[in-house]
Ligand binder design. Structure first.
Ligand SMILES: C[S@@+](CC[C@H](N)C(=O)[O-])C[C@H]1O[C@@H](n2cnc3c(N)ncnc32)[C@H](O)[C@@H]1O
Length: 603
């Protein structure tokens, strides 16, 4: 048996070598390795060993095997298998797959025609082996055909090793209409990732003069700085349309969706973000750091598109960033303070960490206490900014909180909100008055008479933002929230703002239905779940309760579309509702993110 195995291997290798010289002797050896692995099912490592020997000495297959190999039983090395990770379809990589499928359909390509041989890459001899080199190459003249919901471009390129086949390529910072030069650096079964090296022909939408940040094109934070704001809002509207097409197909087919409304813009398009979390890494096995590591935000891909110097953030996986133009002024002052401190103290760190920078706003009153905690400059003085709120005739003091356990105050719509710096709170306070007004107006029950009872349920209520901002003119408000800390702040916020009709419960959203005693005909529900959306149990119980009005707010329009379809089509009372409106609010200008607001009315 042992003898036969060896003859088989040797014969196989000879066949391989002959085929190789006949077909590929005049070109690189890469296609040969792939070809033989694919059709003769050779172990790639043996084939490659043989190829290298053959290329080097032109010898036969038998000579390419050492005598010891011929006489010992060779243990067949195990091929590594690619294991696909399970992804939530509404997560960014799940959504990308839907968007790739759309592109395939538009170009009449099948999934097989763009499938990459990831196991060939996995089993290549090294990170720079021939298969890897063939796949991870530079490609010129690539047309960007589409933009995804994550703000990346999509294109179609030739498969470098399998003739006639194509590849779908994700091109960061690519806009439809751009012609670009890219470097492919990572391969997935159905697409490859690339870096944008050069834009040779510009899309009509591209205007580089609008870019405000020197790290744009490298930092993973913003995708849209080169787009005018109307274009950004339009792209976000299209993201919502696609989300419902992919995750609520039955609603689309049955014509149950209204036209998606125009996205409501943020009053501030820069300087709006009240929370930033720069971070740094400490390499493993390093006992003490001698050189200050970059402190900033993650790098997108492995880009060399913009300059690659330390002034442009360097080329590590974290970019060294000293100022972020989408952050508020006080948050950027905090960033300078904390960077200066880090420059002095970095050698003390044994592990990487994230630094919290959270804006804190206090209204100045005759009795207000002076702020004591927050980010300080190098002299130890607390950094503060004084701001006028003319609309409400108030003076506000802004400081920057860095301790996750510190209490932060926000000032919205004339109400003050306190919460722990480490807990959830919306990050763009400039748009919040528009959002809370929209929610309040859409929670109204149609055909209500003046003085009639109106109750409100705030599921996933956090520290009470929507409950408190919608509490005027409402009979009772019940909020439910899983974080006990947030619930205690919600209660405290209601009291501090003189709001007496709110009650908050700690628990999963569905716990609400154990204690709800308001008549469903006179109750509206506002939902604002985390990115993963609501669970089916909650949606089923919500449908059983059957409130008069529902306003569903979401930072993930894909899980929102899925939930809305589930609610309307899979629950007992779902068919009693109609979707009155869907639109986005732009909580995060310059980025691809969009917040969806969907209003359902019982009919
Ligand atoms: C997107 S935030 C919205 C908070 C609030 N509406 C606001 O705008 O400040 C989602 C909230 O849901 C809470 N949460 C997560 N899972 C939950 C669950 N199963 N039941 C209730 N609350 C939950 C989180 O703690 C978080 O406060």
């Amino acid at each position: 048996m042992e003898h036969l195995d060896l003859i088989g291997t040797a014969m196989g290798l000879r066949v391989y070598n002959q085929v190789y010289y006949m077909l590929f002797g005049f070109i690189k050896r890469v296609p040969a390795v792939w070809f033989c692995e694919r059709f003769f099912r050779f172990d790639l490592r043996i084939a490659k060993f043989s190829t290298m020997m053959a290329v080097e000495d032109g010898g036969s297959a038998k000579r390419s095997l050492s005598p010891s190999l011929l006489h010992k039983k060779t243990k067949k090395p195990k091929l590594k298998k690619y294991k696909a990770k399970k992804v939530d379809p509404t997560s960014p990589s799940g959504v990308l797959q839907f968007e790739i499928n759309d592109l395939l359909a538009e170009h009449t390509l099948t999934e097989d025609q763009v499938k990459n041989d990831v196991s060939a890459i996995l089993n290549d001899s090294s990170r720079e082996g021939p298969v890897v080199q063939a796949y991870h190459r530079e490609v010129q003249n690539v047309e960007v055909l589409k933009i995804t919901s994550s703000g990346d471009g999509l294109g179609i390129i030739d498969n470098p090793v399998e003739e006639g086949k194509k590849q779908i390529v994700v091109i960061p910072f690519g806009l439809p209409g751009d012609i670009v030069r890219i470097k492919v650096f990572k391969t997935h079964p159905s697409y490859v990732e690339s870096d944008l090296l050069e834009v040779t022909t510009k899309s009509e939408m591209r205007n580089d003069e609008l870019i405000k940040c020197k790290y744009f094109g490298k930092c993973s934070g913003c995708q849209f700085q080169f787009l005018n704001y109307d274009n950004q809002l339009e792209l976000k509207k299209k993201t919502i349309i696609r989300a419902f097409k992919h995750f609520a197909p039955r609603l689309v087919e049955e014509g149950l969706l209204p036209d998606v409304g125009d996205t409501i813009g943020s009053p501030l398009q820069y300087g709006y973000r009240t929370k930033l979390t720069p971070h740094f890494d400490v390499p493993r096995k390093v006992k003490s750091l001698e050189i200050k590591p970059p402190l900033g935000f993650g790098q997108k891909g492995r880009p060399r598109w913009r300059k690659d110097t330390i002034e442009q953030g360097g080329h590590a996986s974290i970019l060294d960033i000293e100022d972020c133009p989408i952050g508020t002024s006080i948050v950027n002052i905090g960033m300078q303070n904390e960077r200066a401190r880090f420059a002095e103290e970095f050698s003390k760190y044994k592990k990487g960490a994230t630094i919290l920078l959270r804006e804190n706003t206090t209204v100045v009153t005759s009795s207000s206490e002076q702020q004591k905690e927050g980010s300080r400059d190098s002299t130890g003085k607390l950094s503060e900014l004084k701001v006028r709120d003319d609309a409400n005739d108030k003076t506000l003091i802004k400081t920057c909180v860095t301790n996750t356990r510190q209490v932060v105050t926000e000032y919205i719509d004339g109400y003050t909100f306190e919460f722990s710096a480490g807990e959830f709170f919306q990050n763009n306070n400039s748009i919040l008055p528009l959002v809370t007004k929209y929610v309040r107006e859409n929670l109204q029950i149609p055909n209500s008479q003046p003085g009639q009872e109106h109750n409100l349920v705030d599921a996933y209520c956090g520290s009470g933002l929507f409950s408190i901002c919608s509490s005027k003119g409402v009979t009772r408000v019940i909020g439910v929230e899983i974080s006990a800390d947030s619930v205690s702040f919600a209660q405290r916020n209601a009291t501090a703002n003189g709001v007496e009709n709110c009650k908050f419960i700690v628990g999963k959203a569905e716990k609400l239905f154990e204690s709800i005693d308001t008549p469903n005909d006179r109750t509206s529900v506002v939902l604002d779940p985390p990115r993963k959306g609501c669970d089916e149990l909650f949606l089923t119980q919500l449908a059983e309760y059957c409130p008069a009005k529902i306003v569903y707010i979401s930072c993930n329009v894909h899980s929102q579309a899925r939930d809305v379809e589930y609610f309307l089509k899979n629950t007992n009372n779902g068919n009693r509702y109609k979707i009155e409106s869907i639109r986005g609010f732009d909580f995060f200008p310059q980025t691809h993110h969009v917040e969806g607001v969907c209003v359902l009315t019982r009919i």
